[in-house]
Design a protein. Structure first.
Length: 385
């Protein structure tokens, strides 16, 4: 069965007035109006998540126009899904759908969305203070997000390693630009809900101290919201497994059925790689990780891989181990997860994440993503060149 991988991309441009006629809206509902131009389908989908389930509504279009009233908690994060298959990309049999458009439900308001399918995911939107604030941010970052997505797709399609390497550098430069523009927004909009929303998305992109500083600088009313409380909980949990904190012990079986305990490695440096076979950045980072294994395993560095798979089927995991050349200790976190969840224990919120543990059993470093320069520097500091 063909796999479908969702890529959410948040693209927005300046609102064009006059797309819709405003209506009276009840205070407990949000009216969403759609106008689609040059769009070959007769519907679009609206998706969002609640605390307990994934929700989806279909908006039927007549001559490209349609609307729907929904009752959701205030500021629910909604995604508009483009159903035009020509906007998707196929890579190795996997379908990557068109990027989704993100916006917010604001009760008592009409949210108007207008797009030309040939320009997707560039979208015109208006309706409510939160969406208007979001437009201010995405006016700065929207085109950068679009270019980033296009480069990601080009890198996946090409088989030329030189082009892939060049694209990776370009993507990193664009990500840095986007992050800096979001920093500017956070500093200038401490009372905006969009600042809280944006900060949560930056959790794995900012140094922890900087992240916490931005959060504490937000308006107290924002910090007291449900999302604010979630971010505060993440901060507390991250501190428990942050730098210099004791590394939580675990006992999990490896791929050969042998019980592996972190405490068995006390007195040695251990590098734990949290990854998944489904995670493209994880697989990319393995090229570098194999090089680190060849260089440092003979010097005493212990390597442990902990995979979190999307299903309990081991096949994709085993295949990835063989294809990526991962010859060191490998653990499937899914197995026996009710009795020990290493991913949750280490508060892993993004893949790949690598955790370096020192001989005293304390966390020496956490490294998120594919940029491993800091890890390289740390290992050279410990083991020498």
């Amino acid at each position: 069965m063909t796999k479908k991988v969702l890529f959410a991309l948040f693209i927005l441009v300046i609102t064009v007035s006059g797309c819709f006629r405003k209506k009276e809206i009840a205070k407990d509902v949000c009216l969403i109006s759609i106008e689609a131009r040059n769009y070959p389908e007769d519907s679009v989908s609206l998706v969002w998540s609640t605390e307990y389930e994934f929700k989806k509504e279909t908006i039927l279009l007549k001559e490209g126009k349609g609307e729907i009233e929904i009752k959701v908690p205030e500021f629910t994060n909604l995604f508009l899904v483009n159903s035009d298959n020509s906007k998707s990309v196929t890579v190795d049999g996997d379908i990557i759908p068109a990027p989704m458009f993100c916006f917010f439900a604001e009760n008592g308001h009409q949210v108007d969305i207008c797009f030309n399918n040939s320009d997707w995911p560039i979208v015109q939107i208006s309706g409510g203070k939160v969406n208007n604030d979001y437009m201010l941010l995405l006016k700065e970052t929207g085109m950068l997000e679009k270019v980033l997505f296009e480069k990601q797709m080009q890198a996946l399609v090409t088989q030329d390693m030189t082009l892939q390497g060049r694209s990776e550098k370009e993507q990193t430069d664009i990500r840095d630009q986007i992050i800096n523009k979001k920093r500017d927004f956070l500093q200038a909009n401490a009372s905006s809900y969009i600042s809280l929303f944006t900060l949560q998305k930056l959790a794995n992109s900012l140094p922890f101290d900087e992240f916490e500083k931005y959060f504490m600088g937000l308006n107290s009313d924002l910090r007291d919201t449900r999302l604010g409380q979630q971010v505060m909980e993440d901060i507390v949990n991250t501190k428990k497994t942050g730098i210099h904190q004791p590394a939580p012990d675990f006992a999990k079986k490896d791929k050969d059925g042998k019980t592996i305990k972190l405490s068995d490695y006390k007195g040695r440096y251990v590098l734990i790689d949290f990854w998944g076979s489904w995670c493209s950045p994880c697989r990319t980072s393995h090229i570098h990780l194999v090089g680190l294994y060849k260089e440092y395993s003979s010097k005493g560095l212990q390597f442990v891989g902990i995979a979190q798979e999307s299903t309990d089927d081991k096949k994709d995991w085993i295949d990835a181990l063989e294809k990526d050349g991962l010859v060191w200790t490998q653990i499937l976190n899914n197995e026996g997860i009710d009795n020990g969840d290493a991913v949750s224990l280490y508060h892993i919120t993004a893949f790949p994440t690598k955790v370096l543990i020192n001989p005293d059993g304390k966390i020496e470093g956490r490294y998120i993503g594919t940029e491993l320069n800091d890890l390289d520097t740390k290992l050279k500091e410990i083991f020498g060149n």
